[in-house]
Design a protein around this ligand. Structure first.
Ligand code: ATP
Length: 557
């Protein structure tokens, strides 16, 4: 791990700078990366000022309290044994052999050192605690403003990525909070280069650059472990393996999933007006970013796709990522919301940080309406919803945002005004049920007759004959079917052909499948009306709307 010394130390220096400006002796470094902790310790062992501490204490939930003392290898750990005097007292304290493990007792013990000596206290791996039992926040607040502690030059480092969960807003006010990058581009390059050298893996510049890009968002520890894992399984760092390992790691976070999109515009049937719109205003601008820059055109950063279920919104988002060759990151909406107070905010914060680190990317947010409401109730649950809402709004409006957010909703009418106001999303695009030619194309895509020709079954007619049959007999009876329903119809037809042990799928299978479907015409009309109403409200591009209504409008009559 020769690279550790070359890692960016700015985050530590930033923390110390704040300390010197006397803001607060309590510094919270937002990270859980074990390599960052190691980096912090190495820094402490070598830094002129930090070396002067008389006492260095570390507490973590597993090991309890221990001391760090200078040794040949940097800083050595030794368990802190309290001089308890009598066995009876020891027993009363419930501590083993005088070693302090209970958080509350630890805080009390270290308090004396912080006030009487120049002392550094590092608190790490504290994922959760009960304030009533530990008194952590009360201790941090009193240390933050204690003149004795300040005059001694003592400091407290809290190392955690869960600051919102662990500290309330009052305690956060009194704490210096330093956010720590998962990994910078230069750091990733450094790790890849030195690990490749150590393992004798040959990489050319292009491969190295691709790996640096593909590992964005990973922390140092994760970087090291996926490089080693890839090496042990393949004796190299193949891009495909690295991407897979990263995608598994990201998935474990529970809040994001990352994948390389498989389907492009060619796999979407119909929706020509929307395809052209996205091509012109989104894809071309991203693809020819240099030209867009010359014309001072801003890059698109937010798109809202709305309309009834199954009309291809997610499919378009996927295809967009593929067309612009960016990773597709799915924000797992249902996992962000937690029943534990304070957790939803923390989850969203983690998701945003990670997504930004992996960007530029398409960040897909299904059911974005879950974030797009203020939250009505006056209780703490309502407060949490409001907090998540404003956190989300803040992200959408951030000028330095690197991610391109593509959100979808079936209920645009539920979105808050602040959310749909100009500036948050560049484009709001309505999705309606496919018109005649779109239905034909969608059926053909799923029969494997066009697009990527996937899932093609043997057929009893030529493509040309089948195409004519679809147009004549199936398209008219599938009015107001969604793309998803047309896909399902094709699957049912295939199943029917399979059940009757036919040599190929034929017209009778499709007719049978179409008969098994019923859609509620009245309800669909109402849905279309609502969607068009929202479209008129959101879209100021009249010609786009006219074309869209023309493409779909036939179905309204
Ligand atoms: P929801 O609002 O329920 O999330 P959605 O509008 O995002 O729905 P998708 O998930 O994109 O709908 O569509 C479901 C499936 O229907 C797609 O995976 C695809 O197979 C099929 N489908 C929908 N529209 C089309 C289309 N235009 N061309 C081809 N297939 C389509």
């Amino acid at each position: 791990m020769s690279w550790l010394l070359q890692m960016d130390r700015k985050w530590i220096e930033d923390g110390l700078l704040k300390r010197r400006s006397n803001y607060s002796p309590v510094i919270c470094f937002e990270t859980t990366d074990p390599k960052r902790l190691q980096q912090l310790r190495t820094f402490i062992a070598n830094d002129g000022e930090l070396k002067r501490f008389e006492y260095l204490f570390v507490y973590d939930q597993w090991n309890g309290l221990y001391r760090l003392a200078p040794s040949a290898a940097g800083l050595a750990e030794e368990p802190y044994k309290r001089n308890v005097g009598s066995t009876a007292l020891m027993q009363r304290l419930g501590e083993e052999g005088g070693a302090l493990t209970q958080f509350k007792a630890v805080l009390k013990e270290v308090d004396g050192f912080l006030k009487k000596h120049k002392c550094l206290f590092i608190i790490q791996n504290v994922a959760e605690h009960r304030e009533a039992e530990t008194g952590l926040q009360a201790a941090l607040r009193s240390w933050a403003i204690d003149p004795l502690l300040v005059s001694k030059g003592s400091m407290i480092f809290l190392v955690t990525a869960e600051v919102d969960r662990i500290l309330d807003s009052f305690t956060r006010e009194l704490t210096v909070i330093i956010s720590v990058d998962a990994s910078s581009k230069a750091e990733r390059e450094q790790i890849i280069t030195s690990t490749a050298r150590e393992l004798e893996v040959k990489l050319d510049d292009e491969q190295r650059a691709e790996l640096v890009m593909a590992t964005a968002g990973l922390n140092l520890h994760q970087m090291e472990s996926i490089l080693l894992e890839a090496y042990f399984t393949t004796k190299g760092f193949p891009l495909f393996t690295i991407k897979n390992l990263k995608s598994n790691l990201v998935k474990r976070s529970g809040v994001l999933e990352v994948k390389d999109p498989e389907l492009g515009f060619q796999d979407i049937g119909g929706y020509q007006v929307i395809k052209e719109f996205i091509q012109k205003y989104v894809i071309n601008v991203l693809r020819y970013a240099e030209r867009a820059k010359r014309f001072a055109l801003p890059l698109p950063r937010g798109i809202l796709l709305f309309g009834p279920p199954g009309t291809g919104k997610s499919l378009f988002a996927n295809a967009l990522a593929r067309e612009v060759n960016l990773p597709f990151i799915n924000l797992v909406t249902e996992n962000i919301y937690s029943k534990w107070l304070g957790e939803s905010g923390q989850n969203l914060k983690n998701a945003i940080t990670l997504a930004e680190k992996m960007s530029p990317a398409i960040v897909f947010i299904d059911e974005i309406d879950r974030f797009g409401k203020r939250g009505g109730s006056a209780d703490s649950a309502g407060e949490e919803t409001r907090r998540v809402f404003s956190q989300f709004l803040e992200w959408l409006g951030r000028t330095d945002r690197q991610s391109i957010i593509v959100g979808t909703t079936n209920v645009p009418e539920h979105l808050d005004e602040a959310f749909t106001r100009t500036g948050r999303f560049d484009y709001k695009i309505p999705f309606l049920y496919p018109g005649e030619s779109a239905r034909l194309e969608i059926l053909m895509v799923h029969l494997g007759m066009r697009g990527g020709h996937r899932n093609r079954a043997p057929m009893s007619l030529s493509d040309e004959e089948l195409g004519a049959f679809l147009l004549e007999d199936i398209v008219p009876v599938t009015r107001n079917f969604s793309g998803a329903e047309l896909e399902e119809l094709v699957i049912r037809a295939k199943r029917h052909a399979f059940d009757r042990a036919a040599a190929g799928l034929g017209p009778q299978d499709l007719i049978w499948a179409a008969r098994t479907f019923r859609v509620d015409e009245q309800q669909r009309r109402e849905t279309i009306e609502t969607c068009l109403e929202q479209a008129r409200k959101f879209t100021d591009d009249q010609s786009f709307l006219d074309n869209l209504e023309q493409e779909m409008g036939l179905e309204l009559g």
